[in-house]
Design a protein around this ligand. Structure first.
Ligand code: RI2
Length: 318
């Protein structure tokens, strides 16, 4: 079954990266809608709600996932028949996937302008959006060098160096703890994001905030490449972005851990970089300072506090 299969793959990180999981979720919902046999709209929408909860609950941090699910699910709001609902979900999922791919391409074009000939650029983890900037800069003929981190414990850095190598970009591969040793050689740091809060804080792969701190100390520019669906609408309500903590066995093998009864492994996989350490966020709608996050949530995602009127029993006066 596509839905449970996709959910399992997102959980196990076989499908990973905030943009990729959002697209996979949208497609899984569309395929699931197509597989529902009931012709009763109420039971169809109940089943779709169950599916949406299942897929949205697979990983808690990347807000691109619930955003994609909400965008697809909202498309069936006006449908009065199952056929209409299926059609709406199918075309919205397709549209989301297309616009997501276009967004990454556009971010690449905008982000590449921030990379100069001769620069040394550091990236962390494996971000499609950040890599798009590097690849586009290379494609446009710029000659620069990259430092890519290893990214313990899941080693996403290995994916990154393969992509950079294929693009013919000279790359230095370093362990995560070597960042500060090299920071004075770096002209620009570019990372992706799993979520961006209303105050412009960037939630990204664990280690990002240490890199941002080192960059800040060294006065090195730190930029983030992120599609607008990585902005977290519910942070307007003061809701926190949940930081996923993954199994201890990713860090320490079980057979070693069982001989160390006093040792507890902690494995948070994301951290939060405050807005003051972020120079620019490259979105498909343009490069913005992190302080403009609310504008993106309101104008591009179409959410503002009134969306939550019912939840908060807010009276709206025009
Ligand atoms: P794109 C990844 O998370 C990394 O934290 C990466 O920076 C972020 O998603 C954004 O990736 P994980 O799934 O959407 O590896 O730019 O935990 O590809």
């Amino acid at each position: 079954m596509v839905l449970t299969d996709t959910a399992d793959k997102i959980k196990s990180m076989e499908i990973r990266g905030a943009g990729r999981i959002a697209r996979a979720a949208a497609l899984a919902l569309s395929e699931h809608a197509g597989s529902i046999e009931s012709t009763d709209i109420a039971s169809f929408s109940n089943e779709m709600k169950r599916a949406a909860d299942l897929i949205a609950g697979t990983r808690p941090t990347a807000v691109s996932l619930p955003n994609a699910v909400n965008i697809v699910m909202a498309s069936m709001a006006q449908a009065t028949t199952v056929a209409e609902a299926k059609m709406a979900i199918g075309s919205k999922a397709f549209e989301f996937v297309q616009s997501s791919k276009n967004a990454v391409e556009r971010i690449g074009k905008i982000g590449a302008r921030n990379i100069r000939d001769g620069d040394v650029v550091l990236t962390h983890c494996n971000s499609e959006a950040a890599l798009a900037c590097l690849i586009e800069a290379r494609r446009s003929g710029k000659d620069f060098t990259v430092f890519a981190t290893e990214v313990r414990p899941r080693n996403q850095g290995l994916l990154t160096i393969r992509v950079l190598n294929e693009a013919g970009i000279k790359t230095n591969f370093i362990v995560d703890s070597a960042v500060r040793s090299f920071i004075n050689e770096i002209d620009l740091v570019i990372t992706g994001a799993d979520a961006i809060t209303v105050n412009g804080a960037v939630v990204n792969k664990i280690g990002t905030s240490q890199i941002a701190l080192a960059a800040h100390e060294a006065r090195t520019n730190f930029i983030v490449a992120a599609e607008t669906y990585k902005f977290a609408p519910r942070t307007i309500l003061g809701e926190q972005v949940e930081i996923e903590e993954r199994p201890a066995s990713e860090v320490l093998p079980d057979e070693m851990a069982k001989n160390l009864p006093y040792v507890t492994v902690r494995n948070p996989v994301f951290d939060v970089t405050p807005a003051e350490y972020v120079d620019l966020i490259i979105t498909e709608s343009g490069a913005i300072p992190p302080q403009m996050a609310y504008i993106i949530i309101r104008d591009y995602l179409g959410w503002d506090i009134s969306e939550f009127g019912k939840e908060f029993d807010i009276d709206h006066h025009d």
